[in-house]
Design a protein around this ligand. Sequence first.
Ligand code: HPA
Length: 277
Amino acid sequence: MTEHQIHVENVQSAAAKIRVACGELSPKIAIVLGSGLGGLAARLENPVALSYGDLPGFPVLTVAGHAGKLLVGTLGGVPVVVLNGRKHFYETSDAYPLKTMIRALSVAGIETLFLSNAAGSLRAHIGVSELMLITDHINFLGLNPLVGPNDEDFGPRFVPMSDAWDATLGAAVSSAAQVEGITLHRGVYVAFRGPSFETPAEIRMAQGWGGDAVGMSSVPECILARHCGMRVVGVSCITNMGAGLSDENLSHAHTLANAANGAVAFERLVIAAVRAF
Ligand code: HPA
């Protein structure tokens, strides 16, 4: 079998396992939890957990703060799938694990993908531990997960990205933030490949491009989800100011600690938002 045929089989069998885990529920929303935001998983009602190791072709995770579990349950009564952990393009240039994950969700009936991540702020008014609705992105990864032969069964060769981040779902998240009294900034997310953090010169470049936050994830997930026709919405939890914009030293431990500070508001926001989708 070719690599692609193995991928298609993995997608089908992972989707079948997800559907079995769903039981009576028919979730339409999947939530991908970013670094340090895994606490939302504990807020699920009646959770059923699958380990990524049990899902064919799913990523094998290596980064602290990423659990590698798919959970099905309800959040405030709304059926959802939660993905706690994902593979980044700084770990590998193999897009297949991520492709399998996103496409299996689509085949299993998911229509809306709610992405989250930890990110550095590029703007003085967007503070540490605050949240930002992603209104658009810049793919500076040097990679696109759709490179290679296209499988029309999943989606078209050329994917429009002018409405990549769904404005209607974004408006629902903004309304939920207002009702909950949570500050929610809006902005453009710039994805760097990492794993090194940016230099101050790179941060100035990203500011000049019109970016509002920087991170190392979510853009490949968005591209793959748009390719297979899912709607995408996303929130960044600001864990630090971009390099050179403050005196702090950046580290993954620092990211996790500051994500924990924003996580409480993030959890409230997601629970309120999915009710309004
Ligand atoms: N840069 C890139 N990724 C990040 C950052 C950052 O400053 N903070 C959290 N993830």
